[in-house]
Ligand binder design. Structure first.
Ligand code: CP
Ligand code: NVA
Length: 307
């Protein structure tokens, strides 16, 4: 049966572990798997800006023997109102998989429902599951495991990273805490889904307004921009509300002495994270950025094998 990757829990715990293991193998041996030899093509579509996602898919697809057709939606008919359903049918005649960064989760769901090839969510307003695969790979590399570790996220608890860290983190057996102010709390439906998954893996989900409680004893601290793409003019006082959740030296001091700091990037120093922390010894953000490519290659190989 064909599979899609639209949110983190589209992979079972065992499947996620398989993809992460393959990601490590592909990091050691970049040309080990060549399922797109030909070259066959993958469409990589952007409704929002990107640096890492674009580079990592384009370079990674080349490693797999394939060709990336990278398109900005403004330069396509989708940007002029051609339906997602029709676009999905046409894309499926040319490519082996569709990777899409867009706004609502409903858009990737409609693409997947009408495509006859796997569809990958390269970030929506609700989820960023490719990023969290890379985050988990990074944690495994530096800590040897993910299961049982405490991972705390600080900032906008309602954004794509908070949701994906909850779902992806508990899938990997982690204890995930989301710390953010009232008005910036995770979607309760996603919290419920994450708790259901946690019950299978031994992980857990905690939502709190207390940043110090979230940092205390944490093995991994994560933050993200206070203003996600598409929120630039939503009129909310994000900076005022989110400043107490800044990841700085004082907050870090509450965590484990060997804690890691992750940030999906782009980062805004002096806002969600201080320069001292992101450029300091606990930060693994450059490994995390590199792992986007390894994790996504593994995901594509896995999806192409499960058609
Ligand atoms: N982290 C991430 O997705 O980066 P880009 O927005 O640059 O792709
Ligand atoms: N939450 C951020 C992530 C960027 C990679 C955004 O959606 O803009």
């Amino acid at each position: 049966m064909m599979r899609h990757f639209l949110r983190d829990d589209d992979l079972s715990p065992a499947e996620q572990a398989e993809v992460l293991e393959l990601a490590s193998q592909l990091k050691r041996a970049p040309f080990l798997r060549r399922p797109l030899e030909g070259p066959r093509s993958v469409a990589v579509l952007f409704d929002k800006t990107s640096t890492r996602t674009r580079l990592s898919f384009d370079a990674g697809i080349a490693h797999l023997g394939g060709h990336a057709i990278v398109m900005e939606s403004g330069a396509t008919q989708i940007g002029k109102g051609e339906t997602i359903e029709d676009t999905a049918r046409v894309l499926s005649r040319f490519v082996e998989a569709v990777v899409w960064r867009t706004y609502g989760q409903d858009r990737v769901e409609t693409m997947a429902a009408n495509a006859s090839v796997p569809v990958v969510n390269a970030l929506t307003d609700q989820f960023h599951p490719c990023q969290v695969l890379a985050d988990l790979q990074t944690i495994r590399e530096h800590k040897g495991t993910t299961a049982g570790l405490r991972m705390s996220y600080f900032g906008d608890g309602a954004n794509n990273m908070a949701h994906s860290l909850m779902l992806g983190g508990v899938t990997a057996g982690m204890h995930v805490t989301v710390a953010g102010p009232a008005g910036f709390t995770p979607d309760p439906a996603v919290v419920d889904d994450a708790r259901a998954r946690a019950a299978e893996t031994g992980g857990s989900v905690t939502v709190t307004e207390d940043p110090v409680a979230a940092a205390t004893g944490a093995d991994v601290l994560v933050t993200d921009t206070w203003v996600s793409m598409g929120q630039e003019r939503d009129g909310l006082d994000r900076e005022g509300a989110l400043r107490p959740y800044q990841v700085n030296g004082e907050l870090l001091a509450h965590s484990q002495p060997d804690s890691l700091v992750l940030h999906c990037l782009p980062a805004y120093r002096g806002m969600e994270i201080t320069a001292e922390v992101i450029d300091g010894p606990r930060s693994v953000v450059w490994d995390e950025a590199e792992n986007r490519m390894h994790a996504q290659k593994a995901l594509l190989v896995w999806l192409l094998e499960h058609r």
